[in-house]
Design a protein around this ligand. Structure first.
Ligand code: FES
Length: 336
């Protein structure tokens, strides 16, 4: 059985299979709806069901309240159609035209950037190229229908190999494999690109970019893309980690600050160790941003990191006057 889904504002139509979420069905057919966690936890995919019925699935009430649900809202990463639907949903124009593809890639280089961070460089088959927006991610496809999401850390304008920053999660099925068994020349398959986290280029507002841990990867992609395009808007990067050893591309970030007059770099350590001899910023990265920017009304904020960081940041930037539609974020659990 299939259901027909129409997006009211654009008239775009797609179909969903039985038991398929509205979001999964949309993406499968190249319709780019806004999303982030795909887990019922962040609320990014929230839209309205104007007609028809859905199974709302499981989700967290912080992502959608009872009242919102009663008003006809649904989280499309979880909601599955029970009839044909007409919906109101956030469509992303810029990403919409990029086809999502499944491609093979060869691991051509593995470099440990820190004890628990590996940089994988991937080479596509001869003549192949992946189109993506700086900040987007790919899913590595594993056996048994499993997949793991990782952001591309490279600029789509560069001819470099595709690169991922993989953090070792102890006991993790895939990341454990990367750190113990994977070898250069191994073949992988991936699907992508995915995600709504990319630089908005329809304005020149100053942007604050906030990375938590390996959330640095998509921010690096965005920055290298902006530098390559000669962007002159002020860009301020905050990188929040525990200790000095977690700033795994500190030198690169400092080099950007030397080379680009519109760029500033502020690393923030939450648990510096005595041997770090750290005299820089300490504490939580969202607090550092709040202290430096009491009025965010003229800014855009791009953040990539684990859900607790994103949640804390959302509250802080709202309090400091950032319009809700100028916070772009990639909220992810570290892939295991
Ligand atoms: Fe659906 Fe996060 S709640 S994408």
């Amino acid at each position: 059985m299939t259901f027909k889904i129409r997006i009211q504002s654009s008239g775009r139509e797609f179909t969903a299979k039985e038991n398929e979420s509205v979001l999964a069905a949309a993406l499968r057919q190249g319709v780019m709806l806004a999303y982030s966690c795909r887990n019922g936890a962040c609320g990014t995919c929230k839209g309205k069901v104007l007609s028809g019925r859905v199974d709302y699935g499981t989700y967290e009430t912080k992502a959608m309240s009872e009242a919102e649900r009663e008003q006809g809202h649904a989280l499309f990463c979880q909601a599955k159609p029970l009839s044909d639907l007409v919906i109101e949903a956030k469509e992303i124009a810029a990403a919409r035209d990029i086809p999502i593809r499944i491609m093979p890639a060869r691991v051509v280089k593995m470099e440990k950037l820190a004890d628990d961070v590996m940089r994988l460089s991937l080479k596509l088959a001869e003549g192949q190229r992946l189109q993506y927006l700086a900040g987007q991610y790919i899913d590595i496809l594993l056996s048994g229908n499993q997949r793991r999401s990782f952001s591309l850390s490279t600029s789509p304008l560069s001819d470099e190999l595709l690169q991922l920053h993989i953090r070792h999660v102890p006991g993790g099925f895939f990341t454990g494999h990367v750190f113990t068994k994977m070898q250069e020349k191994d073949l992988l398959r991936f699907q992508g690109p995915f995600g709504m986290f990319f630089l908005r280029e329809d304005n020149d507002r100053p942007a604050i970019l906030i990375a938590g841990g390996t959330g640095f990867a998509p921010i690096k992609s965005i920055l290298e893309y902006a530098f390559a395009k000669g962007a002159t808007r002020p860009l301020h990067l905050y990188w929040g980690v525990r200790a000095r050893r977690d700033l795994y591309l500190h030198d690169l970030s400092q080099a950007w600050a030397r080379e680009h007059g519109n760029f500033r770099f502020t690393p923030v350590l939450s648990e510096p160790r005595p041997e770090d001899r750290w005299d820089g910023r300490r504490g939580w990265v969202h607090e550092a941003v709040a202290a430096d920017y009491p009025d965010l009304s003229g800014y855009e904020v791009y953040a990539s990191g684990p859900p607790p960081m994103i949640e804390a940041l959302k509250a802080v930037v709202k309090k400091h006057g950032l319009p809700e539609d100028r916070l772009y974020y990639d909220s992810f659990e570290f892939a295991h």
